[in-house]
Design a protein around this ligand. Structure first.
Ligand code: HEM
Length: 150
């Protein structure tokens, strides 16, 4: 590091770093390892389908127009695509704002995670990628679950 900083001062570090990346190619993004956009869209559709079919969770999705549901689905795809290193831009609201006031409980959260795990198993997503995706989801838990219901 220190050496690189010194070399950078001489304007030579760029050559050094490109040599380093030629020796150790960057790992593929989670986005690519999951199979790209279509795979992420298929996972999202299956996951949302499971949430909507769950007696406890469907209440959150009832009385919404088909258009609103399509919009939400698209935003989830975009968010997943961006969070996994894909070429999408998430232009939806932040997680705290969008879920505030819904009263999502920790039990609701756990049920949703179970559905996500079932979806990932259905698509035969390997262990490593499952863990990475679940870590992304878990990082959002505090913003999704109603703090009074945790
Ligand atoms: C990591 C977990 C979750 C993620 C990443 C996520 C992501 C999103 C996104 C991107 C939107 C659309 C944002 C927008 O309209 O600007 C959304 C909306 C919504 N989410 Fe979640 N969500 C999660 C968990 C949950 C859970 C557990 C529930 C309920 C069981 C839920 C219920 C909803 C509902 C009902 C909407 C529609 C809100 C509205 O348009 O009025 N979400 N979510």
């Amino acid at each position: 590091m220190r050496k690189c900083a010194l070399v950078l001062a001489l304007g030579l570090c760029i050559a050094g770093s490109s040599l380093a990346s030629a020796q150790t190619p960057a790992a593929d993004s989670l986005y690519k390892r999951l199979g790209g956009y279509d795979a992420i869209a298929a996972v999202t559709d299956d996951f949302i389908g499971r949430l909507a079919a769950d007696k406890e969770l469907s209440v959150f999705f009832t009385n919404r127009s088909a258009d609103v549901l399509k919009r939400t689905r698209q935003l989830v795809v975009d968010q997943l695509c961006m969070a996994t290193g894909g070429p999408c831009q998430y232009i939806g609201r932040d997680m705290k704002t969008v879920h505030a006031g819904m009263g999502i409980t920790e039990a609701n959260w756990n049920a949703a995670v179970q559905h996500l795990v079932a979806t990932l198993a259905k698509f035969k997503v390997p262990d490593r990628e499952q863990k990475e995706l679940l870590a992304i989801a878990s990082s959002l838990k505090n913003d999704v679950v109603d703090q009074k219901k945790m």
